[in-house]
Design a protein around this ligand. Structure first.
Ligand code: AMP
Ligand code: GLY
Length: 422
């Protein structure tokens, strides 16, 4: 089988690494890829959002299966176009991706099908939004409707902050069309957990649990990032939660989407918060999470290609998906200054020392080759991922790996998975 992977981050490196473990795969390509992926796959110099060129490439190379990493090509309809051309592709259609690409759609869907989530109101006008906010108690959560690369959510503690958030979204239009409509919702308290699930439109199979670390600094301080690390499993995600989440959140969501004429085939990612009243949905994503994928896929026993094919064919019920009984921890190493301004093109040292270690891998995100050397090319640079019998062991090994790596101004959190070990 010839496989094409779309994307260039740590999630995509992990997907490539897992997919080539399948004996069914003879060749893998990745567009546009990074330095780590290029050691496993053939790089294709096409942007992840250039759907026409990607489809031409898949036709010309007789690709048997295309797998989409990021949300943007999904929201632009890459799956619709590939299907139209008779090309096999893993991911939801443009219409089904609305569960991620429009928070207004996603909140209305949850309300209609009784899926537990924060109470909310939708506004298209900033004055009306402000009048509403004046009557509420703080904190409140203000969200852009559309895709904003994780930066469109504001937790506001007073009227001044609320005014600033409305200005950013609706007056300055920092996120363009994404802020044309906003959601204002109640602030929920609890621990967060990410549950990724495979769905073929009828059968829904959750993967093992994981937890992201969204803030830049230790103890969850500072601004949000794309994710500074993750671990799996989440020990406080008890069996009682698993049942509720499957029966009262994941299944009704897929069924609700079906009723709305949006068959859901792909990975459904539920960002959950475990409140005193039970698990509630903070957001849905229409894809694998990053960095959650880095800790979830190393724990998968079953051939991933078999699962992806079953999702496309609607035969997920026939597959027995098995997981290892171990733990995994991923520590993201970032460029100093991220998520603000940072410098690129810094030489990365120590990768070969890490390669000699067992049960650990450096998944690449923002890296590229320059004059034969691997250098930094983005904010999140590497996801050092280790596994072991317990979270403690995986954590110790991941940090041992991080210490082998050096580039100028590198930054990482020191407390990834610490919450799980207390
Ligand atoms: P989202 O992109 O909607 O998942 O929001 C990003 C982050 O903002 C979440 O991971 C939470 O940490 C926080 N958040 C979003 N919505 C709420 C809410 N209703 N209550 C408390 N925190 C929230
Ligand atoms: N880890 C957050 C995301 O993938 O959206």
């Amino acid at each position: 089988m010839k496989v094409l992977l779309i994307g260039s981050g740590g999630r995509e490196h992990t997907l490539v690494w897992k997919i080539i473990q399948s004996p069914k795969v003879s060749q893998i390509y990745c567009a546009p890829s990074n330095a780590g992926i290029s050691q496993l796959a053939r790089c294709v110099d096409i942007d992840a959002n250039n759907i026409d060129k990607l489809a031409d490439f898949a036709q010309k190379e007789n690709i048997d299966l295309t797998v989409v990493g990021p949300e943007l090509p999904l929201s632009k309809g890459i799956v619709n176009e590939f299907n139209k051309q008779g090309l096999r592709i893993f991911g939801p259609s443009k219409e089904a991706t609305e569960i991620e690409s429009s928070k207004v759609f996603s909140k209305h869907l949850m309300k209609k099908y009784n899926i537990p989530t924060a109470n909310y109101e939708v506004f298209q006008n900033s004055e009306e939004a402000f009048d509403y906010i004046k009557q509420q108690t703080f904190p409140l959560v203000i969200k852009a409707d559309g895709l904003a690369a994780g930066k469109g959510v504001f937790i506001v503690k007073n009227l001044d902050q609320a005014g600033d958030a409305l200005n950013t979204l609706m007056k300055k239009k920092t996120f363009g069309e994404a802020g044309r409509q906003i959601v204002i919702e109640e602030f929920l308290e609890g621990e967060e957990v990410s549950i990724l699930a495979f769905s073929d439109g009828k059968t829904v199979v959750p993967m093992v649990s994981s937890q992201d670390h969204k803030k830049i600094f230790d103890n969850d301080q500072g601004p949000n990032t794309g994710g500074m690390g993750a671990y799996s499993p989440v020990l406080f995600y008890l069996n009682e939660f698993k049942k509720t989440v499957l029966e009262e959140i994941l299944k009704p969501t897929v069924k609700g989407l079906q009723s709305e004429g949006k068959e859901y085939k792909g990975v459904l990612y539920a960002g959950l918060i475990l409140t005193k009243e039970g698990p509630k949905v903070l957001e849905f994503n229409a894809r694998f999470g990053d960095p959650e994928t880095q800790v979830v896929l190393p724990r998968l026993k079953t051939d991933l290609v078999d699962i992806l094919n079953a999702v496309i064919d609607g035969s997920l019920h026939k597959i027995n998906i098995e997981w290892k009984n171990n733990s995994a921890v991923c520590v993201v190493v970032a460029s100093g200054g991220y998520p603000g301004r940072y410098q690129k093109d810094k030489a990365i040292n120590g990768l070969e020392r890490l390669e000699k270690m067992k049960d650990i891998i450096a998944f690449h995100a923002g890296t590229k080759f320059q004059d034969g050397k691997i250098v930094t090319s983005g904010g999140r640079v590497l996801g050092i991922t280790a596994w072991g019998d317990t979270i403690s062991k995986a954590k110790e090994k991941a940090y041992e790996g991080v210490e082998k790596i050096y580039f100028e101004d590198m930054y990482y959190r020191k407390d990834i998975s610490a919450k799980a070990i207390k």
